[in-house]
Ligand binder design. Structure first.
Ligand SMILES: *Cc1c(COP(=O)(O)O)cnc(C)c1O
Length: 375
């Protein structure tokens, strides 16, 4: 039986046209017409003013923190329930990550816990420089409340929309809510450039500065002159060509991923003890990954590990939900605000195969494999 992957690249067939154009024009560099075109495509689609195409989502997060002046001794509040790349750049800048728990309506950062964290870090005399909210598995966080809290306390909001291209909240696309917004085009994301990312903002000066820093911070001089520390974070014109081909089909990809989720929900919601990542009123997830929670008290002792291992034995890849950052060895000393919501989601949650290129037969293999655990 062929392997069923969690989320594999799904090319449209149009990518090679753009890559070919780059070869024909000899634009084999981290700049060129595909980079410009990809940035335009992203701005138009997301409804953002400006975009810088970068080498990764991690690079975009790092530049976002630099642009906000995050440095030694500062505090950045970050959703705990996420991939480590959301938090690592805080440490690159010598700042302290402070982690915030999730809420159950979206599985993303809890507005209540965020408010408590801001007040208590400020009371400790900390300089709270930014908030990083994540839209996990493509599910929008509660942006209205989060924006209000950030405005009230005058703290800039960074949206980590790495998993959420194509998702929207109250009719507005994810990646357009923060002062600075991050996308990723890694190989397993909803669209891919093989590896890549972008920083989006309505503030043109931020994006110009991001491009400057991402190309080694060269001053305007005929020789190489530097007044600031620079980075090599730009996206290659070849990779950007792949991105342009992918942007032609982004809405189809979202529809396919949502159809996967609908299929799983239809097939599995009859099983006592299996629930799904909820989609609140006004939220539209891209369903990058379809996620379930398995409650062993209701399944007669069947855990998410029972299911994961049963699927693995049938050559089907499924994966536990993200392990929260406040439980990671590297962040064990970082402050944490909240209860144990993300911890419980991690203990009982499972991501099912979710690629937009899965066949109906493959999806059926997954649900049959799960149902067998309950016979
Ligand atoms: C993938 C991902 C990133 C990092 O993106 P890369 O392009 O892999 O550097 C950041 N945050 C989240 C939530 C992600 O899933």
């Amino acid at each position: 039986m062929n392997k069923i992957w969690l989320s594999s690249p799904h090319l449209s067939g149009h990518e090679q046209k753009y890559v070919q154009e780059a070869f024909a024009a000899n634009w084999i560099a981290p700049l060129g017409p595909n980079v410009d075109g990809f940035e335009r495509d992203l701005c138009t689609y997301v409804g953002a003013g400006h975009a810088a195409a970068l080498s990764s989502g991690t690079a975009a997060l790092h530049l976002a923190l630099i642009l906000l002046g995050v440095g030694n001794g500062d505090v950045v509040l970050c959703q705990s329930f996420t991939f480590a790349a959301s938090a690592n750049p805080i440490v690159y800048q010598g700042a302290t990550p402070v982690f915030v728990d999730s809420e159950l309506d979206s599985w993303n950062i809890s507005p209540d816990a965020l408010e408590t964290a801001i007040k208590s870090e400020k009371a400790k005399g900390k300089n709270v420089k930014a908030v990083i909210a994540v839209h996990l598995y493509g599910m929008p966080a509660q942006m209205r409340e989060i924006q209000e809290i950030c405005q009230l306390h005058d703290i800039p909001l960074i949206e980590d929309a790495a998993e959420a291209l194509g998702a929207s909240y109250q009719g507005k696309k994810m990646g357009s809510f923060g002062l600075l917004n991050v996308l990723s085009f890694n190989g397993n994301k909803i669209i891919t450039t093989s590896g890549g990312g972008a920083l989006l903002s309505d503030n043109e000066a931020f994006i110009q500065k991001a491009r400057f820093l991402a190309t080694q911070a060269r001053d305007n001089a005929p020789h190489y002159q530097h007044s600031e520390i620079g980075y090599n974070y730009r996206l290659s014109n070849i990779c950007a060509g792949i991105g342009r081909g992918q942007m032609e089909v982004i809405d189809e990809r979202v529809a396919q991923r949502r159809a996967n989720f609908a299929f799983y929900e239809r097939e599995l919601s009859g099983i006592e003890g299996i629930t799904f990542q909820p989609e609140a009123e006004g939220s539209f997830s891209n369903r990058w990954l379809s996620c379930i929670v398995v409650n062993p008290k209701l399944t007669g002792g069947i855990t998410r590990e029972t299911i994961r291992l049963a699927l693995a034995s049938q050559n089907i890849e499924a994966r536990p939900l993200w392990k929260p950052m406040h439980l990671q060895p590297i962040f064990q000393d970082a402050p944490f605000y909240g209860k144990s919501i993300s911890e419980r989601l991690f203990e009982n949650g499972l991501c099912l195969p979710s690629g937009s290129n899965l066949t109906q037969e493959e999806l059926g293999r997954v649900t049959t494999g799960i149902k067998k655990c309950f016979i």
